[in-house]
Design a protein around this ligand. Structure first.
Ligand code: MRU
Length: 365
């Protein structure tokens, strides 16, 4: 996607085997800052401190982290240590494990001297593959939006509600939930997006709004608790969200608050779709509520908020009384029964084991 007219990805190689660059997403929307990663430790920090975030981009960054680790020390011992250190950065997005497993399949069989170059090449391929997967999700989602818009009479504005950021900033390019929106906007369907602010880190207000604004897609930021009211009043035609991990049975783990939107959508007959690439499916898990580890983040993300003052300074402010405790569960699980369908790079399917294994027959066993 373009930033000030220039096409960009969220992560890109600068010097083969040595330097990869990222957008520091903690500075958006107020500052556009990029930063270079040159060591495994810097890559791990970028993931855990959320300079990069979003399941596919976390996976891509971890892949480059392994390549940087192999440039530092290609020994078997470091292969294991780097895998463990990167794996420990964030627990919920399964693309992290997927990307590290790709490297774990590739690297041990190579001579140490060959590992850094091979890992660098594979990291680049993972990024290119992600762009292709996300663009296909966009094409399949466009078909869905076109049908729903036509069913609604094909006139007026088509309102889509989304939660958190599942746009190009969460992936290498295009995004998952937002890819169909970009495609529909380009196709001339008059889309308007309701953007949940997504407390506590405000990925909707800061990142999704920034993306849509940069791309000229009409949107309105709403407090997280407004979606139910809008659905009751016929102001939402469809919800599309992303996911950090979806089980083989179609349970969807995504940013905290997604479950409440799915409940409101069910109660109001609003179609609730989840967009995801293949590497976000965890084929080892059946029951998302019981089995997916939910990241618990620093309560300070709840008790404080970051923004720009009227005078233009970027500041943190405290919003809770001293002495109040805060809890920060970063994700929740929406059971498959509340999900109208899954939009993948291979097509749209029901959120069920039969639906997913119909699209991914190689994963049936
Ligand atoms: O904590 P984050 O910002 O990494 O979480 C990202 C999300 O939960 C997004 O909603 C997204 O849909 C998953 S990644 C496409």
């Amino acid at each position: 996607m373009k930033v000030n007219g220039t096409p960009m990805r969220t992560i890109w190689p600068v010097e083969a085997g040595k330097v990869v660059e990222i957008i520091d997403q903690t500075r958006l929307p107020h500052e556009f800052v990029t930063t270079q990663l040159t060591t495994r430790a810097e890559a791990a920090h970028a993931i855990s401190a959320m300079l990069v975030r979003g399941a596919p981009l976390i996976g891509a960054t971890a892949a480059y982290g392994m390549a940087l680790a192999m440039a530092e020390d290609p020994s078997d011992a470091n292969l294991k240590a780097a895998h463990e250190a990167l794996y420990a950065t964030r627990p919920t997005a399964v693309n992290l494990r997927w990307a590290l497993e790709e490297m774990a399949v590739l690297l041990p069989g190579l001579a140490p001297a060959e590992r850094a170059a091979a890992a660098w090449t594979r990291a680049g391929e993972i990024c290119d593959e992600d762009v292709g997967l996300c663009e296909s999700i966009g094409a399949h989602g466009l078909g869905l939006i076109t049908d729903l818009y036509a069913k609604r009479g094909g006139t007026g504005v088509f309102n889509i509600l989304t939660h958190c950021n599942a746009g190009w900033l969460a992936t290498v390019d295009w995004g998952t939930a937002i890819a169909p929106i970009y495609k529909a906007h380009e196709a001339g369907i008059p889309i308007h997006v309701w953007v949940d602010e997504t407390r506590p880190r405000n990925q909707g207000a800061s990142l999704t709004a920034w993306e849509l604004n940069s791309h000229g897609v009409p949107h309105t930021v709403i407090p997280d608790n407004a979606g139910g009211h809008l659905m009751q009043h016929g102001e939402v035609d469809m919800c599309i969200v992303g996911t950090d991990r979806t089980t083989r049975t179609g349970d969807v783990c995504n940013k905290i608050g997604t479950y409440l939107k799915a409940l409101a959508a069910k109660d109001n007959g609003v179609p609730f779709y989840v967009a995801l690439p293949g590497p976000t499916i965890d084929w080892t898990v059946r029951d998302g509520v019981k089995e997916i580890p939910i990241e618990q983040r620093d309560p300070a993300e709840v008790t404080r908020i970051w923004g720009k003052t009227d005078a233009g300074a970027l500041e943190w402010v405290i919003i809770t009384p001293e002495g109040s405790q805060a809890a920060n569960h970063a994700f929740d699980v929406t059971p498959a029964r509340l999900v109208t369908g899954l939009i993948t790079e291979r097509g749209v399917c029901p959120a069920s084991e039969a639906g997913l294994s119909g699209l991914y027959p190689e994963k049936r066993t």
